[in-house]
Design a protein around this ligand. Structure first.
Ligand code: GLN
Length: 533
């Protein structure tokens, strides 16, 4: 293979939510399984600088990278598939592009020229794409263009693809993902929407090389031939993408359809090494044939939209598989929980997870769920706000500090057991100002956390403003809550546990971001194990 980085673009047509991220991640997985180095990038056409300020109802979970970038949840899929960390460079939004160009304009870097979408915005987009190739770390950069072809906001991105296709020649290929709707009355798959969306791409000057067609039914050679004919692609470049029982099956479906082979052919790479997916297949084998089942409650306030807790749900799939166990997640709205209905709602659960979150809504329901788990010896796992709620619950019911709270929910509380750090107090800007990204944590030997991690020095990702208030440290220790993980530099509490309970762990960080198919997170693995007992 030539030393040039190869660029693969994934665009989408017909409708949104066809799963471009999963197709991009599956192709990347197959290339990785052939021994290549690959990274995936997402370009998002909205004006927000990043999804950090977006309500989860808008755009699902905000995923956080090691370097502290607040990113699109597709980056979570990329990491879970590839088992390789992403960074700020892997997610770019229109807001970030414009901000960079406007900053340059204010500094006078355009030397008096009129600043325009073409070339200035498209050049900036191009730089953001090529920067990953220029690191020298990757043989392939797969770039997913958010949105649907034809959207006004994604136009500059499509124009950039056109320019790069011309510039890069053999080092670039374009995959277009479309939908073949099935008309039940006539029993037919329809190709017209695909033809139209390819026509739309052609109007912008981009000829896709490969078409991946989502479909509920097998496509068959005739339809492939028809699509190939109308869309100027070779017939072997029309790939069928049937609905899969799990996203983790998609790499195998794409391998069977030879998506990776055709992509390599389009990029003029001959004789690649064979695909090796042993670990992946072992995972799928276990996933499809669980020997046990367990029901775990996920208590949160965005449960109507499951994408809000994407990484947590996926981490349970990884952790379930290694335990030969199917984890049935019961989604529980924290606002609907009260002292009156708590027993009835939670009684069948073998484990309770209290989710991350912001703001006061549903907070008392979370605290009630934790009290129930603590008093009834039900395995409990609290993440970020979930850990903070565990600290509040313990203060109120064990330390007898009746109005204990987080200052986020009650600024007037006499016992702010969760409080703002000094350096956070004067912050007025909301974007990117939390404690974000990977920080070290030192675990005390002999604790449950130590048993779980099997080491003292770990790194986990953060996304929060508030912290355990160390003023109360002695009281907690005396009453039997162990502060088993601390940040070695700032002494911030990262892990709390109750050793007299079968499994009661709260973590200030987000372990779910680091769980992958090939590397399930030990906290989830042990929580599932404890729930199975
Ligand atoms: N709202 C809390 C804080 O900012 C917890 C954040 C979270 O759960 N991600 O500290």
């Amino acid at each position: 293979m030539s030393s040039n980085t190869k660029y693969i673009f994934v665009t989408g047509g017909v409708t949104s939510s066809l799963g471009k991220g999963i197709i991009a991640a599956s192709l990347a997985k197959l290339l990785q399984a052939r021994g290549y180095t690959v990274t995936i990038q997402k370009l998002d056409p909205y004006i927000n600088i990043d999804p950090g300020t977006l309500n989860p109802y808008e755009h699902g979970e905000c995923y956080v990278t090691d370097d502290g970038a607040e990113t699109d949840l597709d980056l979570g899929h990329y990491e879970r598939f590839l088992n390789v960390a992403t960074s700020q460079a892997n997610n770019v939004t229109t807001g970030r592009i414009y901000q960079a160009v406007i900053d340059k304009e204010r500094k006078g870097e355009f030397l008096g020229k009129t600043v325009q979408v073409i070339p200035h915005i498209t050049d900036e987009i191009k730089n953001r794409i090529k920067i990953l190739g220029q690191t020298g770390q990757y043989q392939f950069v797969i770039t997913e263009i958010g949105g649907t072809v034809g959207d006004i906001e994604s136009l500059p991105y499509i124009e950039t693809v056109r320019q790069l296709k011309w510039e890069l020649g053999d080092d670039c290929t374009v995959i277009h993902l479309t939908l073949l709707p099935y008309l039940a009355t006539s029993g037919e798959l329809k190709t017209k929407p695909t033809q139209h969306s390819v026509k739309m791409l052609l109007e912008y000057g981009v000829q896709p090389d490969i078409l991946v067609c989502r479909s509920e039914h097998p496509i068959g050679a005739d339809i492939k031939r028809k699509i190939a004919l109308f869309c100027n692609v070779s017939q072997d470049a029309v790939i069928e993408a049937l609905d899969a029982p799990t996203i983790y099956e998609v790499p195998l479906l794409m391998e069977a359809e030879k998506l990776d082979e055709i992509a390599l052919k389009k990029l003029h790479i001959s004789q690649p090494s064979p695909v090796k997916l042993d670990k992946w297949k072992t995972f799928l084998e276990k996933f499809h044939h669980p020997k046990h089942q367990v029901t775990i409650g996920l208590v949160g306030k965005y449960v109507e939209l499951k994408d809000s807790y994407k990484s947590i749900a996926e981490a349970f799939i990884h952790a379930g598989a290694v335990n030969d166990c199917k984890v049935n997640l019961k989604w529980i709205h924290s606002e609907s929980l009260s002292e009156q209905n708590i027993k009835e709602t939670l009684k069948d659960l073998k484990g309770i997870l209290v989710a991350p979150g912001f703001g006061n809504r549903g907070i008392e329901g979370k605290i009630a769920a934790i009290k129930y788990a603590r008093e009834n010896n039900i395995p409990f796992f609290g993440i970020c706000l979930g850990m903070q709620c565990a600290v509040i619950e313990f203060a109120r019911h064990v330390l007898n500090l009746k109005d204990a709270h987080s200052r986020e929910m009650n600024p007037q509380t006499t016992h702010p057991v969760i409080d703002l750090l000094e350096e956070q107090k004067n912050i007025s800007h909301m974007g990117g100002t939390m404690r974000l990204g990977a920080y070290p944590c030192k675990i005390t030997e002999g604790t449950l956390a130590y048993k779980i991690y099997g080491q003292t020095n770990i790194q986990e990702r953060h996304r929060h403003r508030y912290e355990f208030n160390n003023h109360y440290m002695p009281a907690y220790k005396e009453a039997g809550m162990v502060l088993s993980g601390l940040n070695p530099n700032a002494n911030l509490v990262e892990i709390v546990e109750i050793p007299t309970h079968p499994f009661f762990v709260g973590v200030q960080f987000h372990p779910e971001y680091k769980s992958t198919v090939e590397n399930p997170h030990p906290l989830f693995v042990h929580f599932v194990k404890a729930s199975m007992k």
